[in-house]
Design a protein around this ligand. Structure first.
Ligand SMILES: [Ca+2]
Length: 64
């Protein structure tokens, strides 16, 4: 039997099931215009304070 464990946690760019400092570094790069798709929470084409609010809400969250 195949089992696929998929998860989606906004902010977890590294895919380790937690939103931590490494993800914050990636968010900062997105804020500067690098890799926008990962952190553009509202899909408006920019990473700005609205997206940061969503990131901050999940910061230090662990997906179990
Ligand atoms: Ca956005």
């Amino acid at each position: 039997m195949l089992f696929f464990d998929l998860h989606r946690l906004y902010g977890d760019a590294t895919g380790d099931r937690q939103v931590d400092a490494a993800d914050f570094l990636a968010f900062r790069l997105a804020y500067l215009g690098v890799n926008l798709a990962t952190y553009d929470y509202d899909g408006d084409g920019v990473v700005n304070s609205n997206d940061f609010l969503q990131f901050r809400t999940r910061f230090l969250t662990v997906f179990v």
